[in-house]
Design a protein around this ligand. Structure first.
Ligand SMILES: C[S@@+](CC[C@H](N)C(=O)[O-])C[C@H]1O[C@@H](n2cnc3c(N)ncnc32)[C@H](O)[C@@H]1O
Length: 1002
């Protein structure tokens, strides 16, 4: 094959991004429904990256275009109709892909087969070897397997490794096998009805006839695939669980319970009343259904009496008033400062609550019950029996956990430096404390039955590998149930459903939580757990058919990796973005119990009390920047992480064949952190020659990708540097970089890549000139080396000048911006991409760095940015009281938000006269000063200012003015002021000839 891969030249960026974002809505059969794992990458992005890395670049534009289209399809704009709760139908234009193999549902079929064949051809007829040393939830290895590659997936975390076995190994090993349905399934008309309905379209008559045939044993046990067996045994567990547990979830008035809603309580330090800790009292809040929990202080002052109010009226003339009213009537007891006692109004501060929690004095009270009514969910107060039952389980608990290996889940919850597990500070420092007694009883019972199912499968005489696989999937069902069944699960008042523990990747202490009925068929119960797991198994079995056997290895990536690998595609942990092990210990404790003695290999992986963290003796472990593992020493922790990553890159270098490729996914919140990792990659012996920013998450306000949507991950492409490579000189390297990217920039622009994506797409190809040398020396500073950061500063400046050139002159002529100051360049980039809206901080930091600035300088010194912290955008979020780190997901891409300050808000006296540190006054400040002067109506002052700053003869001034007019919304005061200033300048007639030529409107 040629030594250039498709990914080094082109990539179906927009298609991969669209299909990746779409995949977030997909449920049926997706691996995310098998088991939760944080930061799972979308399959579409992984598939695209793998194919483009495995296949050679065709070498000519036409063939390349064809190949890209076959891979990603084409992008079309369609109008989607959405029915709003009010009944109104909203029309929205959206982009989507047609054709290609990236979209969910298009991953099998002749086109995929075509790619499989091309990949084999590219490797001389053999299956290429693909490695992912940080495999996590298995998205990358699964896709590599689907493409027919020989896959090795490594992860240090036993839970991830277990998921990898379920995702890759069992389906591949057992996908072609069919075995008779177990006897108990045949004997159950309910199960068999589901079976007949699920395996073919039958008329009612045919169905009845089949069921009769089963009853009279005329129907022989059908041979079915793994997924059906998993479903059958899940069903077996459920039937037995019903017998054991049904009495704890009584059906009242013929309406089965969906969930019990709870509030934690604290004793008031003043009046000793029991104070419920409620963030909100809304039980359901939709346009057409509004239910509230009412709360009255009891006459004796010992606490409150709850009630349920249905059909809460809408009050207020406009949406702001309505929102305000709803906020008031639905307010709970919690605020930022603490909890207010409803009896005496004393505030229990967060510290008070924390101390009470640590002393074990926080209680719980059931506030309401959600039931399945004939038409919809209904809300009511709990009955006396229900209140009693919820406490009556204590004795049963001991009995159940005596039969569970390792007994009661009292393993400690670890706190990390980022406080991902801040429940600990409130006394929830052992896993069992995250569950109500009834939840523990239910989970213990399901563990016991999951283990009993394994015995029963064995007893039916199935082979051991079959038993292991089915039992492992039953383990994942239990984990799904645990996720839904903890006191970290909350009631979603808009969706009327339980949000599981890891709706956000943190373990907080929820003040008000929901206890799902595990036997209920509504979402969150065990029946839905086995439904989802079965669908995933079915999808995986299909993907794994006739594939080479994958290998999942439980070890650290720092340790030796396998040899002779063709490509490594991996998505490493990123500094402190996600506390994988401290959080996933939640599942570890349950998996350890369900899967104990399933196989010696599994017992080995789960031998310790909790998942591995960091071993100082071995200088190895989970690669997370977590100072708590280094006695709080932040510098040591960062260094351990960076050094560990460097060692992994070295190991990858060793593992790869000479012509191998390494593709690494990075989240890019801080360019400096990114630069550190890129330096490590280069030091490890790689040349970086491509980078593609793939949008993998939905943005809060979905923008069209062409208008600079935020990309959440950059896929960096690297190849091995020849050993003969020699150090380079900075001037030569920069020259070469200029030449290399001139045409690439135009190509990327023509391909519709915009915004921060454009900067990232250009970075990879630009890096080649630098990274092909083991070191780059400075020609004018003997003994000094040019750092990656210094080099990237040059690259980014070229890239942003290109963009700003397009914005200013419409032709991409970088000359057009020579001389434009940094702050104005930043302003234009930001304004062009995000207008005056909230913008993701990650993109803004990137732009700031590209302009030689920082986001804080732009906010604090230049006064053109304001931090908005990504204020709540929905009504629901409005009501969430941010309590400490309250369930805030640590995102990998962006954190808070910023926006441009409007000219009207820029009131500093020095605006347009002075700049920080005596630097030249940014042109944007001069224009904003002019706008203030014009608004004040003082034309003489305007003219004096124009004169003093020599603006009339400044080509950039005219270009910027014109660009700002176009960027300002039509009909806005801003636009009208700018137009007036522009007309005024023209009317005075002193416009440079050059300007007249460039601005036809003048
Ligand atoms: C970003 S996640 C991978 C997610 C994965 N790409 C997916 O789609 O699910 C990073 C993974 O690295 C693993 N990890 C952390 N330190 C490791 C180490 N030293 N060796 C191997 N894996 C490690 C974590 O357990 C985590 O699963």
């Amino acid at each position: 094959m040629t030594d250039t891969r498709l990914i080094e030249v082109a990539f179906p960026l927009k298609q991969a991004s669209l299909d990746s974002v779409h995949e977030k809505n997909v449920r049926h059969g997706h691996i995310s429904t098998l088991h939760i794992w944080p930061a799972r990458r979308p399959l579409a992005a992984c598939r695209a990256a793998l194919i483009a890395t495995l296949l050679p670049d065709p070498g000519n534009a036409e063939e390349r275009k064809k190949l890209l289209e076959k891979l990603g399809g084409t992008v079309v704009e369609v109008v989607k109709k959405k029915k709003l709760p009010s009944g109104r139908v909203e029309e929205k234009k959206v982009e989507e892909t047609v054709g290609g193999i990236l979209h969910w549902g298009r991953e099998s079929g002749p086109d995929l087969e075509w790619f499989r064949q091309r990949i084999r051809d590219a490797y001389g007829g053999r299956a290429p070897k693909v490695l992912d040393p940080f495999a996590g939830g298995g998205a990358i290895p699964l896709e590599a397997m689907r493409l027919g590659c020989e896959v090795t997936a490594i992860d240090i975390n036993p839970v991830a490794w277990f998921i990898l076995k379920c995702t890759l190994e069992y389906p591949q090993k057992l996908a072609r096998q069919h075995r008779p349905l177990p006897k108990f399934a045949l004997e159950s008309p309910e199960f068999m009805e589901g079976f007949f309905k699920g395996t073919g379209k039958l008329t009612k008559k045919q169905l009845e006839r089949n069921l009769q045939a089963v009853q009279t044993k005329l129907f022989p046990p059908p041979d079915v695939d793994l997924a059906w067996h998993v479903r059958a045994w899940g069903w077996w567990v459920l039937q037995r669980a019903k017998t054991d547990l049904e009495r704890f979830y009584p059906v009242v008035d013929g309406k089965p319970t969906v969930a019990y809603l709870w509030a934690r309580t604290v004793t008031c330090k003043n009046c000793r009343a029991t104070v419920p800790l409620l963030k909100t009292r809304w039980l359901c809040k939709k346009d057409n259904k509004r239910v509230l929990l009412t709360m009255e202080p009891k006459a004796d002052g010992t606490g409150v009496r709850f009630g349920v109010q249905i059909d809460v009226p809408v009050v207020g003339g406009n949406s702001a008033q309505r929102r305000e009213h709803d906020k008031r009537v639905g307010s709970g007891t919690m605020s930022r400062s603490g909890a207010t006692c409803p009896c005496c109004n004393t505030i229990m501060t967060m510290e008070d609550i924390q101390l009470e929690g640590q002393a074990g004095r926080l209680g719980t009270v059931m506030t309401a019950v959600v039931v399945d009514g004939p038409k919809a969910k209904e809300y009511r107060r709990p009955t006396e029996e229900e209140l009693k039952l919820s406490h009556e389980v204590q004795g049963g608990l001991d009995r159940v956990f005596r039969e569970v290996p390792f007994g009661f889940p009292n393993e400690g919850i670890l706190e990390d430096a980022k406080r991902n597990t801040w429940c600990v500070q409130y006394g929830a420092d052992q896993f069992y404390r995250l569950f109500t007694p009834r939840q523990l009883l239910a989970l213990g019972t399901f563990v016991k039955l999951t283990r009993a199912a394994r015995e029963a499968i064995c007893a039916e005489g199935y082979p051991s590998e079959w038993v292991e696989a089915v039992a492992a999937y039953l383990g994942t069902m239990l984990d799904r149930l645990a996720n839904q069944s903890s006191s970290v699960a909350r009631w979603n008042q808009g969706g009327e459903k339980v949000e599981g523990t890891f709706a956000r990747f943190a373990l907080p202490l929820l003040w008000d939580f929901a206890e799902v009925n595990p036997l209920a068929h509504t979402s969150g119960g065990y029946p839905s757990a086995f439904e989802w797991v079965t669908l995933a198994v079915s999808h995986l079995s299909h993907a794994a058919k006739s594939m080479p056997a994958p290998q999942s290895i439980h070890q650290s990536a720092i340790t030796l990796l396998p040899n002779d690998i063709d490509i490594i595609v991996t998505d490493p942990p990123y500094y402190d973005a996600i506390g994988y092990s401290v959080l996933m210990d939640f599942f570890y404790v349950w998996l350890r119990r369900t899967s104990h003695e399933l196989s010696p290999e599994i017992d080995m992986a789960f031998r310790d009390l909790l998942t591995p963290k960091w071993s100082h003796e071995q200088d190895d472990g989970e690669l997370i920047d977590d100072a708590s593992r280094h006695n709080g020493d932040k510098a040591k922790s960062k260094a351990a992480y960076e050094n560990g990553m460097f060692r992994v890159f070295l190991a990858c270098h060793k593992a790869l064949k000479t012509d191998g490729r390494l593709v690494i996914v990075f989240a890019h919140k801080h360019p400096d952190a990114w630069e550190t990792l890129v330096s490590a990659i280069i030091r490890a012996g790689f040349v970086v020659d491509g980078s593609w920013p793939i949008q993998t998450e939905r943005t809060a306000r979905t923008r069209s990708l062409s208008s600079a949507a935020l990309s959440s991950s950059v896929w960096l492409v690297c190849k091995k540097r020849p050993e003969t490579a020699r150090p380079g000189w900075d001037n030569r390297v920069l020259e070469e970089m200029h030449e290399n990217i001139a045409t690439r920039l135009r190509d990327f622009w023509d391909a519709g890549i915009r915004g921060p994506d454009f900067v990232w797409a250009a970075t990879g190809p630009a890096m080649e000139a630098y990274s092909k040398h083991p070191a780059v020396r400075k020609a004018n500073e003997p003994g000094q080396l040019m750092t990656v950061s210094e080099f990237l500063r040059h690259v980014r400046r070229i890239v942003v000048d290109f963009v700003v050139g397009r914005v200013l002159s419409g032709n991409g002529d970088a000359e057009a911006v020579s001389g434009l100051d940094d702050v104005t360049t930043y302003y234009l980039l930001h304004r062009h991409d995000f207008q005056m809206d909230d913008a993701p901080i990650g993109a803004c930091i990137l732009y700031a760095v590209s302009c030689g600035l920082s986001d804080s300088a732009l906010a604090d010194q230049y006064d053109i940015l304001v931090r908005t912290g990504g204020q709540a955008e929905t009504e629901d979020e409005d009501e969430e009281v941010a309590s400490e780190n309250a369930d805030v997901e640590p995102e990998e891409g962006t954190g808070s938000k910023v926006k441009l300050k409007a000219w009207r808000q820029r009131m500093r006296k020095s605006l347009g006269y002075e700049a920080p540190g005596g630097r030249p006054v940014p042109l944007i400040d001069q224009i904003h000063r002019l706008m203030h002067l014009w608004k004040a109506g003082d034309v003489i002052k305007v003219d004096e200012y124009l004169e003093a700053k020599a603006l009339r003869r400044n080509v950039l001034f005219h270009q910027l003015l014109q660009a700002l007019i176009e960027l300002a919304p039509a009909g806005s005061e801003e636009r009208s002021l700018l137009e007036s200033i522009s007309n005024h300048v023209v009317a005075r007639g002193v416009v440079a000839e050059q300007v007249q030529r460039r601005l036809p409107g003048i």
